[in-house]
Ligand binder design. Structure first.
Ligand code: GDP
Ligand code: MG
Length: 139
């Protein structure tokens, strides 16, 4: 994957509340092209692997439970400077700190149930995208 791609998930809270369309609209308005996309559900093992970097954090169990409780939308997105620009579009982890006009400001409930994921580096974007999509599914 090139440096112009990032990986996102619309998390179970936002899917449950019917916000897939609203969030995809903000992603499109933000100038991102959809490279790959599907509705899927993480297993406990998937979520533990995906968030392994946080395994010593006190909220790890809660995070895994949350991320596996229902379907998510997984997608690879493309844009110049994708990783950084998408982090700007989603806003701060805690919606109380998220800027106006960001996805988390509009759709997140709490620091845990915060509506969307965005990769934090080009390296992680490639790893996370490959976790969900085969090369032939990347358009
Ligand atoms: P992100 O990169 O902005 O998604 O934030 P982090 O990498 O710091 O954390 C990963 C995810 O763990 C967040 O998006 C939240 O869903 C969850 N998380 C982070 N901090 C907390 C917390 O204090 N409590 C709970 N319950 N979940 C948290
Ligand atoms: Mg992170």
């Amino acid at each position: 994957m090139s440096g112009n791609r990032t990986f996102t998930m619309i998390k179970p809270d936002a899917v449950e509340k019917g916000h897939i369309g609203g969030i995809l609209n903000m992603i499109a308005e933000g100038g991102f092209r959809i490279v790959s996309m599907k509705l899927t559900q993480l297993t406990v093992a998937d979520a533990q692997q995906f968030y392994a970097i946080h395994k010593e954090r006190p909220f790890f169990g809660e995070l895994v439970e949350f991320m596996t409780r229902g379907p998510i939308v997984a997608a690879i997105l493309e844009k110049e400077n994708a990783v950084e620009d998408f982090r700007t579009l989603i806003g701060a982890t805690n919606p109380a700190d998220a800027a106006e006009g960001t996805i988390r400001k509009k759709y997140a409930t709490s620091i845990g149930e915060n509506a969307v994921h965005g990769s934090d580096s080009d390296e992680n974007a490639a790893i996370e995208g490959a976790f969900h999509f085969a090369g032939r599914e990347q358009f």
